[in-house]
Design a protein around this ligand. Structure first.
Ligand SMILES: NC(=O)c1ccc[n+]([C@@H]2O[C@H](COP(=O)([O-])OP(=O)(O)OC[C@H]3O[C@@H](n4cnc5c(N)ncnc54)[C@H](OP(=O)(O)O)[C@@H]3O)[C@@H](O)[C@H]2O)c1
Length: 311
């Protein structure tokens, strides 16, 4: 079986994308073969294309990228027991796998969640790469509970806008940082206070927090230690823990990596019941030009929420 795919032969600028026809590999026992319906642009996909992670893992070229996927199951491996052919699922394709910028993609069943009819396919296309890190950071590493106070940096981003809603949904008090134009939208997602990081210093405003989720790094990460209460936690998606600062402020510092149970089905339920909303700023097509244009758009605009790619 063959697939039209958007491939790269080298790391580099968005000009590296080209259309190619590739053979679809044999499925492993726990894998699903999807007819791709949609995907998204994520900062991770852009970094992979640029070769930012090439010393950690190298892609076999030509490589198909695209991590988020929603698609229809058209075949399944011999040990798949949670899904059936014909179902629509979303999930995260492994970075060295048969990616989503293609007609067909291969998704491990442990990375998948069923998409109910009440959920839009566009929402499903952009959900996994926002929902999974936001959930893992808040609950698996951050141990956030009802009644606690959390600061979520980068509230307008894909992960931030999801984290605000997940934290609010369990009854936390939510503070976030964002540009002025996003303040009202983030309040409507549930943020109790939005701090305009261009004009105000969050470390002069907040104190005694239980948790900070850092999606920004740099000085934002360093100042985050100042607003925690002793025993509090800072979970960064972008910075390895600064143990010196952690000891100085008597808090715990963690970097989001590692494996946790897949929380995607729980978030799918929240989206399909209307408790969590996704914002899709623009939609592009899944071909070499569409992927290039989508990633260029993402890099040259402060996107609120996500950019989707649809068949
Ligand atoms: N470790 C992991 O497993 C993991 C997983 C997922 C993501 N990540 C990383 O986490 C980061 C965020 O991901 P994302 O998908 O949410 O990115 P994104 O959608 O590109 O969001 C970036 C947002 O950050 C905001 N921002 C920029 N500078 C800021 C500052 N100084 N203070 C507060 N907000 C600021 C911008 O908001 P305004 O428009 O309001 O200025 C922008 O909307 C990325 O670097 C990504 O690679 C890591």
């Amino acid at each position: 079986m063959q697939s039209n795919a958007v491939v790269i032969d080298n790391y580099g600028s968005s000009d590296v994308f080209r259309n190619e026809i590739l053979n679809v590999p044999e499925l492993k026992p726990k894998q699903l073969l999807l007819q791709v319906i949609g995907s998204s642009v994520s900062p991770f996909d852009i970094s992979v294309r640029k070769g930012v992670f090439k010393d950690n893992f190298s892609l076999d070229m030509p490589a198909i990228t695209g991590t988020d996927v929603v698609g229809k199951i058209i075949d399944k491996g011999s040990s798949v027991d949670k899904f059936d052919i014909g179902e629509i699922v979303c999930g995260m394709v492994g970075v060295k796998g048969f990616g989503a910028y293609s007609d067909y993609a291969i998704l491990g069943q442990s990375k998948a969640a069923k998409v109910p009819e009440s959920m839009s396919l566009q929402d499903a296309a952009v959900l996994p790469m926002t929902a999974i890190p936001a959930y893992n950071a808040l609950f698996d590493l951050g141990h956030l509970n009802s009644g606690q106070k959390v600061l979520i940096h980068g509230g307008a981003g894909g992960v931030g806008s999801m984290a605000i809603q997940l934290a609010k949904n369990i009854g936390a008090t939510v503070y976030t940082t964002a540009s002025a134009r996003n303040i009202e939208d983030l309040k409507s997602l549930g943020a109790d206070r939005v701090i305009n990081y261009h004009d105000e210093k969050f470390e002069n405003i907040l104190s005694e927090l239980d948790l900070v989720i850092d999606t920004v790094g740099h000085d934002t990460y360093k100042h985050s230690f100042e607003v925690l209460k002793p025993g509090g936690r800072v979970v960064s998606l972008v910075k390895q823990p600064d143990e010196i600062l952690a000891q100085k402020y008597h808090v715990n510092a963690m970097y989001l990596s590692g494996k946790f149970d897949n929380p995607l089905s729980k978030v799918v339920d929240l989206v399909s019941s209307g408790k969590i909303k996704l914002h899709i700023q623009k939609i592009f097509s899944i071909d070499a030009k569409g992927v290039k244009d989508a990633q260029d758009y993402y890099e040259s605009n402060h996107v609120f929420g996500k950019v989707a790619l649809m068949k």
